[in-house]
Design a protein around this ligand. Sequence first.
Ligand SMILES: Nc1nc2c(ncn2[C@@H]2O[C@H](COP(=O)(O)OP(=O)(O)OP(=O)(O)O)[C@@H](O)[C@H]2O)c(=O)[nH]1
Length: 339
Amino acid sequence: MIFRDRSTEEWILLSISGLGAISILPFSVLRLIEEEWLLAALDSFAVVAMASIFLYVYLTGRAVLMAHLLSLICLLVLVVTVSLKGAAQTYWTYPAVLVVFFLLRPALALASVLLVIAALTTLLVGEMPPLIFAAFLLSVLATIGFTAIFAWRTRAHKEQLLRLATKDPLTGAGNRRAMEEKLLECLHSYQRTPLPMSLILLDLDNFKAVNDKFGHEEGDRILKAVTRCIQQRLRRIDQLYRFGGEEFVVITENTSLREAGLLAEALRQEVADASAELNAVTISLGVAQYHPGETGYEWLGRADRCMYQAKGQGRNSLCICNQPDQATERYKDLGSPTK
Ligand SMILES: Nc1nc2c(ncn2[C@@H]2O[C@H](COP(=O)(O)OP(=O)(O)OP(=O)(O)O)[C@@H](O)[C@H]2O)c(=O)[nH]1
């Protein structure tokens, strides 16, 4: 199936480029029959370009660059058609506006279509009767306005849904679902390019006692403060996830065990230094580098084993996993993420 297992972006690109090529093809044939060579060449160019984009996205799944290219082709073909054929071709402006808002970010789409409208205005201003030109311009601007509002609303809605699906509501760190997706992504990218990557599993020490002593609300405040503290110290390439309860995971790509160990020590120190704000809460950490062939949860399990060793050393401590070994029992039964 063409659309099976495709991202929304691929789905939109395949639909627009496929439909575009099919709907312009008859015009291209008509122009050839009527011997309008320039327009026939232009329409044929549009058909071939759209069909090529369709094939490229279908075969590679790469959509971002093609979305920009397809928008450019649509707007270019529109301007050239109007410059060749004049006012009779202006009705193509409406679908072109819709296509560009479908394909690009709203701000970029708005800037691009306004630029094209400016170009069309200079081409048409003396060509059309003033009233008809004014009606064309106003109706196009209204279409752009409504489409822009709709595009911005849809984008805001999508971002909100993404936040709800991937962020932990209390701390704002990534949630467990996002962590599992990231682990899978890391494993796939490791199969393509085996660069070292490591993860840090960290757990708040004696947190039950904090809850019991100061109450759950204060416990929540401390969880948020620890998250902030860790996030401030992380690099841009590191991702923080709340794995559950008072347990967090940092996934560090392109990072060796030694570098991840240094980062873990910096995190431990950062939290220990903020003890006044955190009611003396500390963290224990386990660090593991990915070993080829293991699943995401086996990797996580080794870091977990180390984290428990750090707890055994008296807490506020870290332990680094040097050897591939068995995951702890609690990770063995977790089926996903796999290889
Ligand atoms: N306030 C608050 N507490 C939580 C939350 N999630 C988990 N906890 C608490 O975290 C505590 C975890 O306790 P334990 O697993 O016994 O671990 P611990 O007391 O931190 O002891 P060690 O891990 O051995 O250092 C429990 O009391 C949970 O109720 C949360 O979202 N908010």
